[in-house]
Write a protein that binds this ligand. Structure first.
Ligand SMILES: [Zn+2]
Length: 223
């Protein structure tokens, strides 16, 4: 049962059968289960497919996982045929728009307005396996807004009164192996090198304000 940041998604469609999920908003409870770690209760919206307990749905979910993890095209086609049959037998339709997560209009509009009218102060870009990620700080309407590539991110669209408060966030102030570029309209390359934590253990070239720079983790100096 997926749990999402509260009051962000208006509707979610099941990625397996395409049915509109049932939602229970503003639930309190743990959202991540990491072994050995204490569960922390957070506010979230709980979404679930009304069909998820049915045998055919479990079978379809299983086939979906198998299709994702298989390299053989022929086997993949066989699984896909089985999956299509199950979905057809239960009159399932995946959303025509291809979108499974529908964000509230107000939230989408706020993000668009910030991107269109705000001043981009700082952006850090990552090349992840699933595609590029881009996290920024924009100055808009007298506040500093975090604009994260994904609506699901807890801190997306949070606002702060100072840049320092907005920047005090590991998704912005830490460069990792996947970091590709850092761009600012305010700071120099030298300032960026001091501000950002480079958790990169092998030397790597990233673009800072458009210029290639070799960066590496520097252990703290011992007096
Ligand atoms: Zn479903």
């Amino acid at each position: 049962m997926p749990k999402f940041k509260p009051n962000t998604f208006k509707e979610i469609y099941c990625p397996v059968c395409g049915t509109l999920n049932i939602v229970e908003r503003n639930q309190m409870g743990p959202t991540f289960h990491v072994e050995g770690m204490q569960d922390i209760d957070v506010l979230h919206d709980l979404f679930y497919c009304p069909n998820e307990e049915q045998d055919w749905h479990m079978e379809a979910t299983d086939l979906r996982y198998k299709i994702q993890g298989i390299s053989s095209e022929q086997v993949c086609e066989l699984y896909q045929r089985d999956l299509d049959e199950i979905l057809e037998a239960h009159a399932c339709h995946l959303p025509e728009s291809g979108k499974f997560l529908i964000v509230y209009d107000e939230i989408r509009q706020l993000k668009q307005e910030i991107l269109a009218k705000g001043k981009e102060i700082y952006t850090i870009e990552f090349e992840m396996d699933y595609g590029p990620e881009r996290h920024s700080i924009y100055f808009f309407d007298k506040k500093f807004y975090l604009v994260i590539s994904d609506y699901e991110f807890e801190d997306d669209l949070k606002d702060y009164s100072t840049f320092a408060e907005a920047f005090a966030n590991p998704v912005l102030n830490t460069a990792i192996e996947n970091t590709a570029a850092i761009t600012t309209s305010v700071f120099s390359v030298e300032e960026i090198k001091k501000m950002v934590k480079f958790l990169i253990f092998e030397e790597k070239t990233i673009l800072i304000n458009g210029e290639p720079h070799c960066v590496k983790y520097l252990p703290p100096e011992v007096e």
